[in-house]
Design a protein around this ligand. Structure first.
Ligand code: UTP
Ligand code: MN
Length: 515
């Protein structure tokens, strides 16, 4: 006779005859008819399975010795959801719940089937892991929107430190590679949890992946930690932290045994004017500039510009234009809507600032870019050809306070006592000002859009724009112009949007250029 309803009855992988749970003793005491348990022997082991089955029976649970359609809850230990699902498929079964043994033990403790929570669900947990999104992102940073909310700061901090170390060691190629890798991670919408998610992402080489693996597995990268501790790295940071001191000078001093500011001062080495100012205002200049301080500087520069050339326009550029809350300096771009009126503007602005006592140091360079003479700008020649002023500003406490108030009490995150408020000048009490690095750039209106795009950054974003232009579009982009090599002509633009359009790129807002 064939039963009315034929049931598929199979044994748990090899556990068929081992259970000490006779079917009768477990079904007899059923208190929870809706719940039919099956304990998977796989990885749990036969003796533990037998013990737990008996425990279940004693507490009034139905525990099936064999897997069948009746089973409502499959209890597993140390199995991945994928493994269990594969096993179940081979049994052609699909019970309602795939649960971790924790649900079973909690139910035993409670003396009843406890509510199934996410953490109990083997299936859910494992699906998340198996179906974890593999990220994908375009190759060039200028094709991506990189905002300031970085979900992978631990990883990007590690890679940025290695980039910095490479740059300080005059290994720019390696530096760029680490910066590109960090930029890729900055653009991801979620934290990285495993290396498999990174498969297929651009710019992640073997070295970078080793660092990421180290951080994911151990919480920190041994290479990064060793670098931070290295005497050479520490000395390079201190010395290049002096305004006016570059990598080559710092390296030379280190080879001469100068590793600290004290040693530099004791060495009585002759310093140029910039370096003297850098050393004198070392503490202030290594203190991040806040947005309120940037506003205070802006108000002063605005007044200078308006006084010497009514109608001239000033724009905040650099990191603050990208929405950064702090910066190492404040950058401004100045122009006049009438071409040519900007000529001679910089010296006037500088002498106005100087006469008002705002400048602790300044060095001005002339605009050396001439389209007719220089031809299409090459990447190496596009950086410093504007009329430009590098300065150290003396920002009065009073101006800071006013700007802060104008900004409202919104900036409560700012330390209430900045360096100006706390740093003691020997014998003079509280210093009523702080030193701030300020860069001024003047551009003719015809180049304004290129200058604005080129000086807004980030540095990597700019580098990627130029790489995109050259490699993908056969164009040369600089802060002055865009040249189309195929058509042998300059492409004009009066806005950043037009430049992105010439380059065949979607427009990226300044706040999304934080690559
Ligand atoms: P900054 O060095 O001021 O960087 O250069 P930042 O993004 O404002 O960040 P902070 O100041 O460290 O907080 C600003 C932009 O100006 C361009 C860079 O490419 C960068 O995008 N720049 C800087 C030049 O084009 N030429 C230079 O000589 C210096
Ligand atoms: Mn800046």
């Amino acid at each position: 006779m064939v039963p009315l309803k034929r049931r598929k009855v199979v044994s748990s992988s090899g556990a068929g005859s081992t259970g000490s749970t006779g079917r009768d003793d477990v079904t007899s005491a059923t208190r929870f008819p809706q719940v039919v348990l099956f304990l998977l022997e796989r990885k749990m082991g036969a003796s533990r399975r037998a013990f737990l089955s008996q425990l279940g029976g004693k507490n009034g649970f139905q525990v099936e010795e064999l897997f069948s359609e009746r089973v409502t809850h499959v209890i597993c230990e140390n199995n991945s959801g994928e493994e269990v699902r594969r096993w179940l498929q081979s049994q052609a079964g699909s019970p309602a719940h795939l649960l971790d043994v924790s649900w079973f033990t909690e139910s035993m403790r409670a003396g009843r089937p406890v509510e199934i929570l996410d953490r109990h669900k083997l299936q859910e947990q494992q699906i998340k892991e198996v179906e974890v999104v593999a990220f994908s992102t375009p190759s060039y940073a200028c094709q991506r929107r990189t905002t300031l909310d970085n979900h992978n700061a631990v990883l990007t901090d590690a890679l940025s430190l290695l980039a910095e170390n490479a740059e300080l060691s005059d290994e720019d190629g390696r530096g760029v590679a680490f910066r590109r890798a960090a930029a890729v991670l900055k653009s991801l919408p979620e934290p990285v949890t495993g290396l498999t998610q990174l498969r297929g992402l651009p710019c992640l080489g073997g070295h970078t992946l080793r660092v990421i693996k180290d951080v994911l597995e151990n919480g920190a990268s041994s290479e990064v930690e060793a670098t931070k501790q290295s005497e050479r790295f520490k000395a390079l940071k201190v010395l290049t932290g002096i305004f006016g001191v570059g990598v080559k000078t710092a390296d030379q001093w280190i080879r001469e045994g100068i590793l600290s500011l004290h040693q530099l001062q004791d060495s009585e080495r002759t310093l140029n004017r910039a370096q003297q100012a850098g050393l004198q205002h070392y503490e202030d200049l290594n203190q991040p500039v806040t947005r309120a301080e940037a506003d205070a500087v802006a108000a002063v520069v605005e007044e200078a510009v308006a006084s010497v050339l009514p109608g001239a326009r000033m724009t905040l550029i650099g990191g603050f234009r990208r929405g950064k809350l702090t910066g190492h300096d404040v950058d401004f771009l100045i122009t006049h809507p009438e071409e040519g009126r900007e000529v001679g503007l910089m010296p006037k602005v500088v002498s106005w600032l100087d006469s008002q006592g705002f400048l602790l140091y300044q060095k001005t360079t002339r605009n050396s870019y001439l389209e007719a003479k220089d031809g299409p700008a090459r990447p190496s020649s596009n950086m410093d050809r504007f009329e430009r002023c590098f300065s150290v500003f003396k920002l009065p406490e009073e101006a800071r306070r006013r700007a802060k108030e104008a900004r409202g009490a919104a900036e409560e995150t700012e330390p209430c006592s900045g360096p100006a408020a706390v740093s003691q000048v020997k014998g003079e009490g509280l210093k009523p000002w702080r030193a701030v690095r300020v860069d001024l750039v003047v551009s003719p209106i015809s180049q304004f859009a290129f200058a604005l795009l080129g000086w807004t950054g980030s540095k990597l974003f700019e580098r990627e724009l130029r790489r995109w232009a050259g490699h993908e579009k056969a164009m040369s982009l600089s802060s002055h112009a865009l040249f189309d090599n195929k058509q042998s002509r300059y492409l004009r633009a009066s806005s950043e949007e037009e430049i992105f359009a010439h380059l065949g790129l979607e427009y990226i807002l300044p706040s999304e250029r934080n690559a």
